[in-house]
Design a protein around this ligand. Structure first.
Ligand code: IVH
Length: 705
């Protein structure tokens, strides 16, 4: 554009002026587009200005503005969506599959709060909509940003698309200054049918179910496509708020409805377990005539103060649960049984099925769990299909519960071919030929090849680059598979990813000439890899793919240890599974002996330790941030002993943890504070001997405010 200097000619002063101009201009363009529906520039110009802004920021990172357009709302980039970090994590829900599970949930809530059986406790019950969740941020009544859930922490900016959804107001009157409304985007059955009809007429692939159609329609780079797909939105939760919406879940939902949101009309307030279950049955009986898909009922503690007291586990609230509807079933023929080798060496049998529709989704594979399951036993060794093992050629009953992988429940012996023989589970690894053994008490047979088994190495690498781990853009399962088998570009272990860029010229040329690749894709990949050299501690721990250590355990470990050095030294010291380091591991809430053993082993088996060391040479690990840095107990280790009177032990523990403290079960020299209620015995005594701070409950409550 006239008057604009090339980015490389700008000095710092000129760059500062230009960044301000771009922030203002793009801000105006956003407002004009999003709220006045009258764009002041076309998309190409908008994208050009954003790119110019990013290029200047890349040259002068210290000049990046707080209101930088690259951080805030924006149009989709040509190659994807802008990432959005949620101001408050978008959580998922724990599941209940039976009335007993729900009863247990209610008991758990009561126990946590220390409520006696006769004290009233109100819950809401509402349909669980089978769509995808969306967070809408309003400031001063204007919709500024819509973001998908993504991994819960970071989602995608789909503002332009959300603005095309009729149920989503662009402006709110008399709304709190800051209001984040959360809910579900979904599609009505009739709209889904019409859409699929159009898809097929246009020679396009139909969508498998309304949920997929809704997700595919919302995540369109061209908002005009989204506009042509009739999406809807139910509000059921919220994130950031400048003032409360009400004192109860029900009153907050009413408030949202008054502001103009659709709130599901089947939401009820229930005063007892019996009422909750009755409403569940009622919703279940209407399921077929609702006109949209639901997959269960969500119960939530109604009183919002109690919700706050209950708080969250790592990914789910303690105050809510999803009561799922029973699985959907179908019958089909099992054509073959294949055995896959996972990243921990587990041999997993997979059923290849004659494709069949189960609850609207075409299913052609199902898990068979392990060799016992095929023979007819469950994980505890109990018979589940008396005399009915699963064989190739059998007719089987397939079921799907919610989003989970399809499973095989039963076999129809009347249709079994006369010449069928029992399935013989392999005792060697189908990938590398090593022995596959079952440890006593383990239902899973594992390949003993370790990192020399290509299947295990590849699966470990895929895990390493997966979403919750290093999440390297442009390096997914497909690329890992290809790079692993490529002799010159070879990526055989995580460290190789970080030396990819340093391969010899011939290999790099080969990389750039790969099908569908070019100079640009290769450079983008290198940049994405470089960006990940600085890695947050929880991601690194999770990425190592240690058995039993999932994403939330990795987070727990990172919170506890804070730094890689502390984490590693503890595991090295815990070598013989005794001593203070081992005790420390076991004192962490959520870490049991099985996980602790696996962690220790990962740092003591030669091959695995060497692999970790080679990887660490390329990384800078970002320490875990204490959850609440400015709390007086952040980073402290606390032991509760005796009876507490104002709250239950579970609540006290959860409160302390949410304020950044570690809670331990035993007093040692590493303890900072002991909170002793009436009846405290040996632990309080030991604390006094060690000269530790001992507080009573009142002093403790004063300390944490
Ligand atoms: S409440 C902190 N209510 O189910 C709890 N979720 O399996 C926030 N969902 O991610 C969720 N209907 O996408 C809630 N009435 C409802 C829902 C609902 C559907 C979805 C939501 C969530 C997922 C968890």
């Amino acid at each position: 554009m006239a008057g604009e200097q090339p980015v490389e000619n700008l000095d710092a002063a000129a760059a500062r002026v230009e960044l301000k101009r771009l922030a203002d201009l793009l801000g105006q363009a956003n407002r004009a587009y999003h709220t006045e529906d009258s764009p002041i520039m076309d998309d190409a110009e908008y994208d050009r200005l954003r790119r110019r802004n990013s290029a200047i920021e890349a040259r002068f990172p210290q000049l990046k503005r707080a209101d930088s357009p690259s951080e805030s709302i924006g149009a989709p980039l040509a190659d994807g969506f802008v990432k959005v970090t949620h101001s408050q994590r978008m959580m998922s829900l724990g599941n209940a599959f039976s009335d007993e599970d729900v009863a247990e949930f209610v008991d758990r809530v009561r126990r946590f709060l220390g409520l006696p059986a006769e004290a009233g406790l109100q819950f809401t019950a509402e349909p669980k909509i089978d769509g995808l969740s969306l967070s809408l941020r309003y400031e001063n009544g204007q919709l500024l940003q819509a973001a998908t859930r993504g991994d819960g922490t970071t989602g995608e900016d789909v503002t332009k698309n959300a603005l095309t959804i009729k149920d989503i107001p662009h402006f709110l009157h008399n709304a709190p200054e800051i209001l984040e409304v959360r809910g579900e985007v979904y599609m009505l059955h009739r709209d889904f049918d019409a859409l699929n009809k159009r898809q097929m007429e246009a020679g396009e692939k139909p969508f498998a179910n309304p949920r997929n159609a809704a997700a595919g329609s919302l995540r369109q780079l061209d908002p005009e496509i989204t506009r042509s797909r009739p999406l809807r939105f139910f509000a059921y939760a919220w994130g950031d708020l400048s003032e409360p919406l009400g004192e109860t879940q029900i009153s907050a939902l009413n408030h949202l409805e008054l502001l103009g949101f659709s709130v599901n009309a089947l939401t009820r307030s229930c005063a007892s377990l019996a009422q909750m279950l009755a409403h569940y049955r009622d919703i279940e009986s209407r399921r077929a005539i609702l006109g949209y898909d639901i997959d269960g009922v969500v119960y939530k503690v109604d009183d919002l103060r109690l919700q706050t007291r209950l708080g969250f586990r790592s990914t789910t609230p303690r105050w809510a649960i999803a009561h799922k509807f029973p699985a959907k079933i179908a019958h089909t023929r099992l054509e073959d049984i294949e055995v896959q080798v996972g990243r921990t060496g587990a041999l997993s049998p997979v059923a290849r099925l004659l494709p069949v529709t189960v609850g609207g989704v075409v299913v052609s594979n199902a898990t068979l769990h392990n060799e016992d399951y095929i023979a007819g036993y469950d994980s505890t060794g109990q018979t589940i299909r008396e005399g009915r093992d699963i064989r190739k050629g059998d007719w089987v009953e397939v079921y799907r519960a919610g989003d989970v992988i399809p499973k095989i429940r039963d076999v129809d012996l009347t249709r079994r071919p006369a010449d069928s023989t029992p399935y013989v589970f392999p005792t060697t690894c189908p990938e590398c030929g090593s022995d596959a053994v079952r440890e006593p008490g383990d239902s899973v047979r594992r390949c003993t090849g370790g990192l020399s088994c290509p299947a295990q190495s590849i699966e470990k690498l895929k895990h390493f680059v997966s979403r919750g781990a290093f999440d390297i853009e442009g390096l997914g399962a497909k690329q890992i598979e290809a790079f692993y088998h490529d002799d010159t570009l070879s990526i055989r272990e995580p460290a190789d990813i970080f030396t990819l860029e340093q391969r010899d010229a011939a290999s790099l040329t080969k990389l750039k000439n790969r099908d569908g690749w070019g100079e640009k894709s290769a450079d983008n990949l290198f940049a994405a890899i470089r960006a990940r050299r600085k890695i947050p501690l929880p991601r690194l721990i999770y990425a190592l793919g240690i058995r039993h250590v999932g994403e939330s355990s990795a987070q727990v470990l990172a919170n506890h240890f804070g730094t890689w050095t502390a984490f590693q030294s503890c595991l090295i010291e815990a070598k013989n599974e005794t001593g203070p380091a081992w005790d420390e591991l076991l004192s962490i809430d959520g870490v049991g002996p099985v996980m602790a053993s696996a962690l220790v082993a990962a740092f003591h088996q030669d091959a695995s330790r060497a692999l970790i060391n080679r990887l660490l040479r390329h990384l800078e690990v970002k320490d875990a941030e204490p959850t609440a840095q400015d709390s007086p107990i952040a980073g402290k280790t606390i032991v509760f002993t005796g009876t507490l009177e104002q709250m239950t032990r579970a609540e006290a523990k959860a409160r302390a943890e949410s304020l950044g403290a570690k809670v331990s079960g035993s007093v040692s020299a590493r303890t900072d504070i002991v909170v002793a209620g009436p009846g405290a015995g040996s632990k309080a005594k030991k604390a006094k001997t060690l000269g530790l701070t001992v507080l009573n409950e009142v002093e403790w409550l004063e300390l944490i405010g």
